[in-house]
Ligand binder design. Structure first.
Ligand code: HSE
Length: 300
């Protein structure tokens, strides 16, 4: 039996659309056992009511890609998922499924894929590397797709930094959230993001949290997605007033993540209350960055 743990991730971190993400201390666990025939999938925790139990399951589909690539015949598979990551909330639940399936299947097939191979395969399934790379490597990762090859560099999370994450009680599928973004943006807005993301990477690298307010501003995606998330602008403002260093949509949303090094309880309370005042129920978690990425907990 193989048991793999994969962290949640927050992608974009404001201006780093599709290229910046951080792993968080919230995990899904994938257990995988080869069997004589059929596919049996059990799901506990987050998404238990909605995650497919058949061959449409993303963990199974991702594992099958590895088995096929390795030429490894699998008659059947038992998969058990123990999920802490809320589904379709912008916290990397689909990435965790893909990465968990790939890593477990890679161990079963003798570990032929390198970390780089797994990042490339997972990104090709997910469509972008910004969640996949930190889910596998941990920490904060800058990643880009260079003609099918993922180039990446890891940054250790700054000391004392935590994410206060307000998770609305509705799903927002990434595909729908991406459709809200226009095909073209103004040159000034692209230039604005280039400056912000460069400042953000330098600030994270140096641990200078005082820069996050300015560095996490975005003009490429967040305002276009705002109509899909009632109260978003007010939640962003409330978190900053309560002492957040920077605050942004987590991934494609609808969750909002505030980065802070103090005032965690207050920031959590005002984010939840502000969503509530806009008719949205939410829960709020205070999460540490996960310095380590996905790993095998058990191989036997
Ligand atoms: N970068 C993606 C987006 C989120 O903003 O659509 C990560 O899946």
């Amino acid at each position: 039996m193989i048991r793999v743990q994969v962290p949640a991730t927050t992608a974009n971190m404001g201006p780093g659309f599709d290229c910046l993400g951080m792993a968080l201390e919230l995990h899904n666990v994938v257990e995988m056992i080869p069997s004589s025939r059929g596919v049996v999938i059990e799901v506990c925790g987050e998404g238990a009511a909605e995650i497919p139990r058949d061959e449409n399951n993303l963990v199974f589909q991702s594992a099958r890609r590895v088995f096929m690539q390795a030429g490894f015949p699998v008659a059947g598979l038992k998969i058990r998922l123990v999920n802490q990551i809320p589904v379709a909330r912008g916290l990397g639940s689909s990435t965790a499924a893909i990465v968990g399936g790939i890593i477990a299947a890679n161990i079963l097939t003798g570990g032929k894929l390198s970390v780089r191979d797994m990042i490339t395969l997972a990104s090709s399934i997910e469509g972008h590397p910004d969640n996949v790379a930190p889910a596998i490597l941990g920490g904060i990762v800058v990643s880009v797709d260079d003609d099918g090859e993922i180039k990446y560099l890891k940054i250790e999370p700054p000391f004392g930094l935590k994410g206060v994450v307000a998770i609305p009680d509705f799903n927002l599928v990434t595909k729908i959230s991406r459709e809200a973004i226009p095909a073209q943006v103004l040159f000034q807005d692209a230039a604005f993001n280039v400056g912000r993301v460069a400042l953000l990477v330098a600030a994270l690298h140096q641990g200078d949290l005082s820069m996050l307010g300015a560095a996490m501003e975005d003009r490429l995606h967040q305002s276009f997605r705002s109509p899909l998330i009632p109260g978003l602008k007010k939640v962003l403002a409330a978190a900053k007033l309560a002492g957040a260093r920077g605050v942004t949509l987590s991934g494609a949303g609808p969750s909002v993540i505030a980065f802070a090094d103090s005032n965690f309880e207050l920031i959590a309370r005002v984010m939840g209350e502000t969503f509530q005042q806009n008719g949205i129920k939410s829960r709020v978690l205070v999460l540490k960055p996960s310095p380590i990425g996905a790993r095998a907990l058990e191989v036997k």
